[in-house]
Structure formats: C-alpha cells, structure tokens
Design a protein around this ligand. Structure first.
Ligand SMILES: *Cc1c(COP(=O)(O)O)cnc(C)c1O
Length: 410
C-alpha cells in the first residue's frame, strides 16, 4: 500500500527493520504471526460492542459476536477452563478486573515480592494494587533462590488473606499451582495464578496447567502466547458473572474487538502440534543458553531455568558491571535485553545487578540450541570489550549475520 502519512509509516518500517536485524531477548516479548497482525489491523477496530456476545448495548454486532465467541471457545478448550473473558486490554487490566471481582478495598492479599520477581500489579506501592489492597509479599529462599512454599504457608496463616496470587515476571523456575492450592484451602483463601509470562508454555504442555487448581487464571496474550498485546481471564464457573461484570462495566468500556479477533487467531495457532514443539524448543533453548552463559562465568539465579526465562547475575562475570550498563552496551551491539534486580540486590532497581533474558522471540525466529551458544559468546565478547568501539562493532556484525539467517518478518 502507498501511504499518505509517510512520516509515521517510515517509523513503523524502521521498527520492523530493528526487529529483523537485532536480537530480541526480552523475556516478555515475541513475534506475532502475519495472521495475528492482519486480524489486529482489521476493520473490527471500527465497531462498538460494549457487553458480551448476544448481550450488546449496540446493534450490528453479528460478526463481532462470532469472532469473540470463537476466541472464548478456543481459549476455554486450549486451557480446559470453565469460563473465559477475552476483553481485558492488557495483563494489568486482567489483574485489576480479577481483584475487583473478588476483593473489597483494604482486603489482605499475598503475592510474590517485587524484588523477588513479582509484578507491579502484585502489590507495588506505586500501583493501584498496593494502593487499594493490603498486600503482603513472599519470596525465594536465600539458599536455592526458589519459591519457599513453607514461607507462603506461614505467611498465609499469619495474615489470613482473602486471596493468594502466584505468578512472576522474573522467576526462572516452575511455580507449582498444586502446592499453592493446598495453602489457599488451609486458610480459606481464593487462589489466582497470574500466568502472564508462561501462558504459552502451559498451552504447549511444558508447564503445569494452573487452571485445574486456581479459582482465577489471568494471562497476557503477547508474551509466550505469541498473540496480540492484551489480556485474558479464565475462571471457575461460579466466578464467571463476577469476572465479566468486573471487566465490563466495572473497569473497561468498549472492547478492542480487532485485538480479540487476533487473540482468536493465536489460540488457533496454539492448539497445534507445531506450537507444542515451539513451547518445548523455547525451554530447550533457554537451558542451552543458561549452560552457555555459565561457561562465560555468568551466574544464573537459581542455577538455571525450567522455563523461557533466565535471570543472570552479572557480579560473577564482572563485579563492576551493573545491569543498567550491560543493557546499554548490549543495545549498542544489537542485543536487546533488560536490566533486572537479582534477589536481595544491593543495587537499586534503576541500576540492578542482573539481566533478564528470554528465548520466546528468538525461538519463534527459528533459532535452536547452537544459536543460543553463539548468542552467549557474542554477549560475553561485547560486555568484556564494552569500552572498545571496535569490539562492539564486530559483535554487532556477528548479530547481523545471525539475524540475516533468522528473520522474523522477511
Ligand atoms: C507482563 C505481566 C503483567 C502485565 O501485563 P501488561 O500487558 O504489561 O499489562 C502482569 N503480570 C505479570 C506477572 C506479568 O509478567
């Protein structure tokens, strides 16, 4: 298509080139398929459809109802859920709606501490969750840097929460939903699993399905699920009305039906043998990446990963190197990452001692274990030679070679 607004479309073209020619290692990112992009960019954006399929406030929703119903049907089948709401505009909105459905302001909630990998919506004082509700945080042990279920149980007995939230943005290990269900039952709490990062791994069968255990499961569609940017809520049948009312009219106005149609496409894609292979390959790649980083003296928090995500402690590689500086250097070399605190990090979150890495995007681009080892070599070379422009140029060229062979949007 010839564009009239060349200024904006040239910006989009530059971003596409960036995605095609640099390495995307941010654990929460992925490359949506051309069909997901087509649905997200479709005429469904034009329609107002407040309400739910066959219960809309406006006329003309015959095809919108078909699309949203298809998304609901597909996601329920994919996860074995009793009820689904596909309208949340994002993961944060999905969590907000879940809280609105089951909590009163001031209610006590347990969630993972932010400095141990919890999300802002799990009780950060600068987030609505911490402002409206009374969150208490659990974390990982000092010894093995894994979730301490005994600590959750103790805290639950002490705090008597109305809700226990599990899920994380920076935890490389599997969170066991059956163990948290037991704790919730013991203290009479509801259990919400925030599967934002791992929904695609669950759909692909390489991570335990929390739908069996949790009263509510929320997730983002754009991380390992590889759909459009957005959120989804799954819940038990008895919470269906409360969840639907919380999303609309409780929290949102008109749903983003173009995005919901793109969610439907990604649920279709996730229900295939190819996606199972994809999910398994994400984890294999992450483990190969962890091993390769280990040979360069990077320390992996918790010793490795069971998922798509790696949390690298940079201090064993170079005590002086902060996460912030590493992110900047790697950006220059064409390697996109994000700084992240490690458990009990002495540095502030704006500086941090770690890097969070993930394999969902590079795996979508077709990379395998061999490429993970190449990437680890490139990272080590760039970070060692961080004050030498020639080294960074050489690494950038190596990254360009790799990306030329694995281009997400040719
Ligand atoms: C990413 C994430 C969210 C929020 O998703 P947004 O779409 O960015 O609002 C919520 N919870 C967890 C655990 C996340 O990782």
């Amino acid at each position: 298509m010839k564009h009239r607004d060349t200024e904006l479309f040239e910006i989009i073209q530059r971003e596409k080139t960036r995605q095609n020619t640099t390495l995307q290692l941010i654990a929460s990112e992925n490359f949506a398929s051309e069909e997901v992009l087509a649905a997200a960019g479709s005429v469904l954006t034009n329609k107002y459809s407040e309400g739910y399929p066959s219960k809309r406030y406006y006329g003309g929703n015959i095809h919108i109802d078909e699309s949203e119903s298809l998304a609901i049907w597909r996601v329920k089948k994919l996860f074995g859920a009793e009820h689904a709401n596909v309208q949340p505009h994002s993961g944060a909105n999905a969590n907000m709606a879940a809280y609105l459905a089951v909590l009163q302001p001031g209610d006590t909630v347990l969630g993972m501490s932010l400095d141990h990998g919890g999300h802002l919506t799990h009780g950060s004082p600068v987030n609505f969750s911490g402002i409206i509700y009374n969150f208490a945080g659990y974390g990982v042990t000092e010894s093995d840097e894994r979730i301490d279920y005994d600590n959750i149980a103790e805290l639950a007995r002490e705090k008597q929460p109305k809700l226990i939230v599990a899920g994380s943005t920076a935890y490389p290990r599997i969170i066991q939903p059956d163990l948290i269900r037991k704790i919730a039952d013991e203290v009479g709490a509801l259990f919400m699993f925030d599967a934002a990062h791992v929904a695609g791994l669950i759909a692909g069968g390489v991570y335990p399905n929390p739908v069996e255990y949790a009263d509510i499961v929320t997730f983002t569609n754009h991380k390992t699920m590889r759909g459009p940017r957005g959120g989804t809520i799954l819940c038990k049948a008895e919470l269906a009305d409360a969840i639907d009312k919380a999303v609309f009219p409780g929290l949102q106005g008109g749903p983003l039906e173009h995005i919901i149609s793109a969610k439907a496409v990604s649920f279709f894609e996730a229900d295939t043998p190819e996606f199972k292979n994809y999910a398994a390959q994400i984890v294999k790649n992450a483990q190969a990446f962890a091993d390769a980083l280990g040979t360069h003296n990077f320390r992996l928090v918790s010793g490795g990963t069971d998922t798509h995500l790696l949390l690298v402690d940079l201090r064993t590689f170079d005590e002086e190197l902060s996460g912030k500086d590493a992110q900047i250097v790697l950006d220059k070399a064409g390697i996109t990452t994000n700084k992240n605190t490690v458990p009990d990090d002495p540095r502030s979150p704006f500086v941090a001692s770690g890097l969070r890495l993930g394999t969902p995007a590079v795996t979508t681009a077709g990379m395998r274990e061999g490429e993970m080892s190449t990437i680890a070599d490139l990272m080590a070379e760039a970070l060692k030679g961080r004050n030498d422009e020639a080294v960074l140029k050489k690494v950038r060229a190596g990254v360009a070679d790799l990306c030329a062979k694995f281009t997400p949007y040719p």
